[in-house]
Structure formats: C-alpha cells, structure tokens
Design a protein around this ligand. Structure first.
Ligand code: FA5
Length: 336
C-alpha cells in the first residue's frame, strides 16, 4: 500500500525536477528526450497513474486529482518550452537566411550554338522547305556501302581519291556521306528526296581548307525525268537563299564513279578573288540505281556532297578551317 504522503513526495520530486531542468532545455532533441522521460508512455508521470491501484481506496480520488494536476502542469510547461525553442530557432534562421540585396548578382555565362551548327541547321532548313527529308547513317561504314555500292569495286583506282582511315579489314571511318544515299535507296521506293548531314574523316593533310574531320551534307533526288538542269536549278535556289546577293557559282567538270556526268561546284564571295570548291555533284550513275533495285531506264536522279565547313567559311569570311576546331572563346563568341 502507498500512502498519500508518499505519493505527494514523489509528485514534489517530479515537480522539482521539472522546474530545475526544463528551463535549460534549449535544444529540441533534449526537450524531446525530456518529454519521453516524464510524459512518454512509460514516463515518470504515467508510472504514477499505474501506482493508483496500490493507494488506499479512501485517498484514491485525491491521489488521482494530484497526479492529473501534475500531468497538466507538466504538459503545459513542456509546450511552453517547446514553443519558446521553436521561436528562437526560427529567429536564428531568419537572421542566417537574410539576403543582402545590395550584393552584385552572379553572372551565369549562357552558351550558344557553334557556327557550324548554325550553318548546318540553316542548310537543312532550306532543303526541308523544298521538300527534302533528313536521313543519317553510321560514321563507321562498311567497304560495301562506302565503295562497292557506289560503283567503286575493289582495286578501282578511284578508291585512292578518298584517303581513308580503316578500322580492321572491312570497316572504315566514312570519308564522305555518299554511303547514306545507298542506305536510303535500299529502304525507299522512288521518288526519293533526301539530305544526309554528317561527319566525315579523311587522311587529308590539314591546311586552311582541309581538315581530317569535317562535315558534309549529301543530297539525293531520284524521280522520273530529272536532268542536270534540275540539279543546277536546285543549287541556284539554294545558294541564293543561303548567301543572298553577290555570290557567284561556277560548275567545272569532275569525275566520280557514282555519278555521270559529274561536276564540281565553286562559289566566290562578293569581295573575294578566289573560288572555293564547296561540293562534288552529278547525275546518279545508272549502275548505282540498278544495284539498289531501281529501274534505271525509268528513273534518273542527281546527288551532291557539300562541305559544311566551306559553306561556313564563305558565309562568315573565315579563311582558315582550323579555326572551327579551336576552343578560342573570342572566336566562338562572335556567333552568339
Ligand atoms: C565527295 O565526297 C563526293 N561524295 C561528293 C558527291 C556526292 C559527288 C554525290 C557526287 C554525288 P569530294 O571529295 O569532292 O566529293 O568532297 C565534297 C566536298 O567535301 C568538297 O567540295 C569539300 O567542300 C568537302 N571536303 C572534302 N574534303 C574535305 C576536307 N578534308 N576538309 C574539309 N572539307 C572537305
């Protein structure tokens, strides 16, 4: 049996501990441990309730009242402390989060497109407006697509025109985008109207107009009744749109095993003295059409392979192709 005085003593002890310790608990973690110790399910105050059964029946009502009062006080004190702690914490946060609006802002450099990308997209958009689709092919090509299917059998001397990087016996880094023509024709029935942009690789010695890695856009149009006049017409529309007034275009004879006749196209900027060769072109050779299963009696077509770097050089008056590969921001920033 527990007597009332004994219970009072315990209550006084708890109250004394509350008074002593609570004001010092400025950290929320410590306050929580404190709550668990006094008010938690197995805490000191709930433990007092558990002793009620041992209190004399005569004093049980009084004992219950005393413990309840203690519990209410303890809860109120705890909540008051909790609120005070939170307020202090928030105030500290507000101070530490304060922003000095007078400080200068952080300048974030904004990227922009490389001149090569700008020119490539522009060329693509001109041809897309004329009704051409865009297709791509692999940069690591087989000898078949790069040579045989383009009417350049093994041992043909024309293979030497493309100084090629080989990868193993049968694969190579494509030296031009013409193999994409073949891949497209294999997949499509005429009429075909497509452009194929992409990176090319050649063992060319680097100079002002040659780079071992460069970009071409291939164009292919196959349909009934096409002639060299159509090729010239398409090119005139294209160069007028891309360069505007004052640029001159010159055709000269050339040889490619996959076109007959074949031409080279040169452009001269308004103030320039020299012509710059921008593309090889021609009427698709009937042997190429036949090899992809087209009826070469019925269909004719023309194709060209255009150097994108050369177009960008003409457009922006850049006299050295190597400039495109530098990381010189002073150069690149001019095109933003
Ligand atoms: C060819 O590559 C042919 N496949 C083009 C073609 C396609 C002809 C379809 C007929 C029908 P050529 O080797 O001339 O042709 O290259 C075409 C263009 O690519 C050149 O006019 C030039 O603008 C560009 N070019 C070639 N080699 C380089 C290089 N090393 N660096 C930069 N541009 C180059």
């Amino acid at each position: 049996m527990i007597g009332l005085p004994e219970l009072r003593q315990q209550i006084d002890q708890i109250e004394h501990d509350l008074e002593q310790r609570l004001p010092q608990l400025s950290e929320q973690d410590a306050l929580e441990s404190f709550r668990v110790e006094f008010l938690g399910r197995k805490g000191r105050i709930p433990q007092l309730f558990k002793q009620m059964g041992q209190v004399d029946a005569e004093f049980r009502g009084e004992a219950g009242r005393l413990i309840n009062e203690l519990k209410q006080r303890a809860t109120a004190d705890f909540e008051e402390r909790d609120l005070a702690n939170r307020t202090t914490l928030r105030q500290r946060q507000l101070v530490s989060d304060q922003v000095d609006l007078s400080l200068p802002g952080v300048h974030r450099a904004l990227g922009h497109l490389h001149p090569m990308t700008i020119v490539q997209r522009e060329i693509e958009s001109i041809f897309m407006k004329m009704g051409f689709d865009v297709a791509t092919g692999p940069e690591i090509e087989t000898e078949y697509y790069n040579f045989e299917a383009l009417n350049i059998p093994a041992d043909h001397p024309a293979r030497a025109d493309w100084d090629t990087y080989y990868i193993g016996e049968t694969h190579l880094l494509r030296p031009h985008t013409s193999p994409v023509q073949i891949r497209v024709m294999e997949q499509t029935e005429p009429p075909v109207r497509v452009i194929c942009p992409g990176r090319c690789y050649r063992r060319d010695t680097q100079d002002a107009t040659h780079s071992p890695v460069f970009h071409q856009i291939e164009l292919l149009w196959v349909e009934e009744g096409l002639s060299l006049a159509h090729l010239k017409y398409v090119l005139e529309i294209f160069t007028n749109e891309f360069f505007g007034e004052g640029y001159e275009m010159l055709f000269s004879g050339d040889f490619f095993p996959f076109t007959e006749p074949s031409v080279q196209v040169h452009i001269k900027a308004p103030d320039a003295t020299d012509w710059l060769e921008i593309m090889g072109a021609g009427m698709v050779h009937p042997a190429v059409l036949t090899a992809v299963g087209y009826d070469a009696e019925k269909y004719t077509g023309f194709a060209f392979g255009l150097g994108i770097e050369r177009m960008a050089m003409l457009r922006y008056g850049i006299d050295d192709i190597r400039t495109f590969l530098t990381n010189d921001l002073r150069f690149i920033k001019q095109f933003s």
